[in-house]
Ligand binder design. Sequence first.
Ligand code: ZN
Length: 145
Amino acid sequence: MIQQIYPQVIHPFRYELNKDMQIAAAHFIPHEAAGQCANMHGHTYFINITVAGDELDDSGFLINFQQLKKIVHNRFDHTVMNDHKDLFSDTEAEHFPTTEVVARKIAEIVQEHLNTLPNKPTCVQVFVRESPTSYVVYRPKAGKQ
Ligand SMILES: [Zn+2]
C-alpha cells in the first residue's frame, strides 16, 4: 500500500510549492447512504496543498509555509468538522464533510488567503488522505472553485 503519494498537477506556473500537514479531526456524514460513517468517528487526515505562481513576494516566497499551516491546520486540528457551520452543513450534500468536500473547502480557504497576497499565487491542488486506503484529490478549475 502506498501511503505517501503526490499526484502531479499540470499547470503553467514557474514556481510550485507543496505543504504537508496532518490534522486530527472527527466528522460524521449525515446521510443514510453513508452507513457507519453516519456515526461520529475520527481520522488523522494527511493533507498536501499545492500552490503555484509566477511571482514571489518581497521576501522571496510564493507563500510562507507557516501561513498555510496556520490557516488550515490551526482551524481544523482537534475539532469536529461538522461543527464548522460556516463551511459544512448537515442538510446539503454539497457541504457534507466528506473527504471530497473537505478537500474543496481547504482549496477555497487557501485561495481566499492567496487572493490577498500581492504576488497572486493559485491553489492548484489539494490532496486529502482520510485513511491508509482512501484519499481524494481536488483540483480547482481555472476561474472557479
Ligand atoms: Zn470518516
